[in-house]
Design a protein around this ligand. Structure first.
Ligand code: ZN
Length: 141
């Protein structure tokens, strides 16, 4: 199995809220029942993500938006701001910043930057945002 950040981090794993599911422990650190990411179906998805108010947001569905930042008139809404605040505090990562980058740079350049940001300098594996260490060799960021 290829565990390198270069192959793991991809556009299909970016959630509507701007979360990079490739660096989430539900995707990265599970051998069995690996979560397919928010864009995937609900099989093996943690219950918190299945029930996520952002993922199930009416505006996303109604307007067929890929990302909250696309055309949602409420962007960034209170729900997203709360999630973003929690992630900035606990994990030093901002979904809203991610979405703004996607808007400005495009998804391809954003992904290229994410690969640089979350690649382990030791082994090329992915740093888990929740745990703060490399999912492949265990090195801390
Ligand atoms: Zn590593």
């Amino acid at each position: 199995m290829n565990m390198n950040a270069k192959t793991i981090i991809k556009a299909g794993l970016i959630a509507p809220c701007g979360m990079n599911c490739a660096i989430c422990m539900g995707h990265l650190l599970r051998e069995k029942n690996k979560c397919p990411g928010c864009q995937g179906d609900n099989t093996n998805k943690p219950i918190n993500c299945v029930k996520c108010v952002i993922l199930n947001c009416d505006s996303l569905k109604r307007n067929k938006l890929k990302y909250c930042s696309e055309k949602c008139e409420k962007f960034p809404c209170t729900r997203l701001k709360n999630l973003d605040k929690r992630y900035q505090t606990k994990y030093s990562m901002s979904m809203i910043e991610n979405l703004k980058d996607i808007e400005q740079l495009g998804i391809r350049a954003f992904i290229a930057n994410e690969k640089i940001r979350w690649t382990c300098s030791e082994c090329g594996g992915v740093i888990c945002v929740h745990r703060g260490y490399c999912s492949k060799c265990g090195k801390h960021k």
